[in-house]
Design a protein around this ligand. Structure first.
Ligand code: BLA
Length: 293
């Protein structure tokens, strides 16, 4: 399959235009730096954008356009911690044989434990999740730790790359992004400073997880080298990991501590599980007992 036509640029263009209908985006300086980043192999182009807006601390996008060999999107919207709004997360990795897709409004608080948070944000969105549950079916076993960052409406799927699925994915991306913007529109600021601090720590924990364990990092390192990749990850993709809190990866995820005090490099210490979708149509968790990372 020639995938040069399956670029994710139109996804990004849609999101920025849609966001501008709801709010005012202010560009952040980092995008200039990444935009001019040299990539080791000549045919790959990285494109980075980042903005802030009222209620949104960071709206950023990284596309990797490898023409016919690879198309990647990493798009996220991270609210201001004054709000407990979920994090918009679109991570699409496409090569000619395969696409690996995560699209979700990632909860700040694990919905398997925090029933009230689940009801607040996801009850109304269950029909949206159902709309795509068959067209973009569950993508086989997954790193167990990741599941705690996913919501009952997560789209986790893998498919042999093709135009039909790409078009469905575009439709899902538009629907999910619009749903997220609605949540942002409706959100009211926390009235208790303690709750704001909880949101901040939950965001920091999320950013700390992804800055350490995101499956895209090895590829990014290969493309731009270790030092730049680290900078892109910590100062751009997961900006806030070094400023929103002071806890370390091992403070949040002590099960990764090795005997010599270093971080276990494995992505998962529990292993992969969840062969099928562990939430039912009512948004109830049906994946059995789970380890709370
Ligand atoms: C694979 N990406 C995956 C997988 C998940 C995610 C769940 C399947 C492997 C696994 O279970 O770990 C995505 N995981 C997430 C997300 C969260 C999470 C979004 O915990 C959020 C909390 N993917 C990208 C980018 C690249 C990329 C930018 O988003 C490349 C630059 C690549 N993802 C990529 C590759 C794989 C993958 C190559 C397969 C690697 C493997 O399975 O070992």
């Amino acid at each position: 399959m020639d995938i040069s036509s399956l670029s994710y640029h139109k996804f990004v263009n849609f999101a920025l235009e849609e966001a501008q209908l709801h709010t005012t985006l202010t560009p952040l300086p980092y995008q200039e730096k990444v935009r001019s980043m040299k990539v080791k192999d000549e045919k790959t182009v990285l494109h980075a954008l980042s903005y802030k807006a009222p209620k949104i601390r960071l709206l950023r996008s990284l596309t990797i356009d490898g023409s016919s060999s690879m198309q990647v999107l990493d798009f996220a919207g991270i609210p201001d911690p004054m709000f407990d709004i979920p994090i918009f997360c679109a991570n699409f990795f496409t090569i000619p044989s395969l696409s690996i897709i995560v699209l979700d409004l990632n909860p700040l608080y694990d919905t398997r434990t925090w029933q009230d948070y689940k009801e607040k944000y996801y009850l109304n969105l269950l029909p949206l999740g159902q709309k795509y549950a068959e067209l973009l079916p569950w993508g086989e076993k997954i790193t167990s730790e990741s599941l705690s960052f996913f919501s009952p409406i997560v789209i986790w799927t893998k498919y042999a790359t093709n135009q039909f699925k790409h078009d469905i994915l575009f439709s899902a991306f538009m629907d999910y992004f619009k749903a997220w913007l609605e949540l942002v529109d409706q959100a009211l600021p926390e009235t208790k400073s303690l709750q704001m601090l909880h949101n901040k720590e939950a965001q920091h924990r999320y950013l700390t997880w992804r800055a350490e364990k995101d499956p895209g990092h090895p590829l990014l390192k290969k493309l731009v080298g270790e030092d730049l990749a680290r900078d892109v990850v910590r100062s751009f993709l997961f900006e806030g990991v070094d400023s929103l809190g002071t806890k370390t990866f091992l403070d949040y995820f002590p099960q990764y501590r090795r005997e010599d005090g270093s971080i276990n490099q494995k992505r998962s210490v529990i292993g992969k599980s969840y062969e099928t979708r562990p939430w039912n149509a009512k948004g109830e968790f049906i994946g059995g007992s789970y380890f709370q990372p």
